[in-house]
Write a protein that binds this ligand. Structure first.
Ligand code: ACM
Length: 382
């Protein structure tokens, strides 16, 4: 920690690493917006211990390796120890060795494949036990047990599909197909996959496609004349942001499991949605990734207020066990793993580009990133 950071009136400098350009910007720009909104709210309320928060932001341009490069620059040249950032697991994996070697703290606001717990990361997006389990049960109960898996080709989709295959196997279902496309796939890349789907006639398509390619997947599906009421695309990554990019009519009827949807009825969510729209425009929707980006800055501020230092070890021990009344409901950073206990919800996209919530947990679901409790877990969301 530099002398500057320790001077009592100097601002708190924090790193922000989200892609505002390139194929991941469709969702990462909303994570940037959620982060900045929370920082502005905290500063407007007087800062933390009387000191303002100052974001030091870089745009990695959707290049996973650039996240590692910028994380190093933040920690070594910009003298920052706390970083809010990353959507893809490949970008998180690029930042991980940097924060582990230099003892920084990455706040990661994105659902991911689980099976990781770094002392240098606070995970505020869902692990498989907080989304895949309930989604698998809902799909098997409603549509059938033959799933077709399609994903972008990198660690998160491959690992997430491995988990889904295991859930299917354990429950008498099967994966009848599994295909991957480049993270930069265009619509024509999905045509052979749609033909395969037509031939195999699965009960449901499970998508782990991310970013801009998401719109092309759903558009290729719509162009084939397939019917979401009979064989929907079900996803953990398709939020209100991707639905806006593909067109509300194209997204209608498809299913997503998430901790948060814009339509949640609560005072905390109404305040968040109002502030977000006031800041970024009435046409812009919130989504689960923007919400996690927003609440994790507030969680960070709550802990920093207590310890008055950005020292990673001191701050992290205060963060563990901290709760916050987030737009999705009360969330807590689980001290066992540094992952947040989050809500589980299943939504079906409607014609207005929003999700009707068709199932939800009764409270926050404990984070279990290694699926240790899976043998005991019921398949029910709550
Ligand atoms: C992801 O790559 N964790 C969505």
């Amino acid at each position: 920690m530099s002398r500057l950071q320790e001077e009592s009136s100097a601002p708190w400098r924090v790193g922000v690493l989200f892609s505002r350009t390139g194929f991941m910007s469709v969702v990462e720009d909303t994570q940037y917006q959620g982060t900045l909104l929370a920082i502005e709210e905290i500063n407007d309320a007087g800062g933390i211990c009387g000191r303002q928060l100052v974001p030091v932001a870089y745009d990695p341009g959707s290049d996973a390796s650039a996240y590692g490069h910028f994380a190093k620059r933040l920690m070594i040249e910009d003298d920052v120890s706390t970083i809010f950032g990353c959507y893809t697991s490949s970008s998180r994996k690029a930042v991980l060795p940097v924060v582990e070697r230099l003892n920084g703290l990455l706040w990661y606001p994105t659902l991911y494949e689980g099976f990781e717990a770094s002392p240098n990361v606070i995970y505020t997006g869902a692990s498989p036990n907080q989304n895949s389990l309930a989604l698998c049960r809902h799909l098997m109960d409603t549509f059938g047990s033959r799933f077709y898996l399609v994903g972008s080709d990198y660690i998160y989709p491959r690992e997430s599909n491995r988990v889904m295959r295991e859930l299917l196997k354990a429950n008498g279902g099967s994966a009848v197909g599994e295909r991957y496309v480049s993270v930069q796939a265009r619509w024509q890349d999905f045509l052979p996959i749609m033909q395969d789907i037509r031939r195999l006639k699965p009960d449901v398509i499970f998508s782990t496609v991310v970013g801009e390619a998401t719109a092309y997947l759903y558009q290729a599906y719509a162009n084939m004349g397939l019917d979401p009421r009979r064989m929907p695309i079900a996803s953990l990554t398709t939020t209100e942001a991707e639905i806006a990019a593909m067109g509300f009519d194209v997204g209608e009827g498809h299913i997503t499991a998430a901790s948060y949807f814009q339509g949640i009825e609560s005072d905390a969510n109404r305040a968040f949605v109002t502030a977000f729209k006031k800041r970024y425009g009435g046409d812009v929707s919130t989504n689960m990734c923007a919400e996690a980006s927003y609440f994790q800055v507030h969680l960070f501020a709550r802990a920093l207020e207590q310890v008055n230092t950005l020292d990673t070890d001191v701050l992290r021990s205060m963060v563990l066990g901290t709760s916050f009344e987030a737009p999705q409901g009360t969330v807590t950073v689980n001290p066992a793993s540094g992952h947040a206990d989050l809500w589980t919800r299943i939504g079906r996209a409607n014609r207005a580009g929003q999700f009707d919530i068709i199932d939800e947990s009764h409270g926050a679901v404990h984070a279990d990133p290694f699926l240790i409790g899976y043998g005991r877990a019921t398949a029910h969301a709550g």
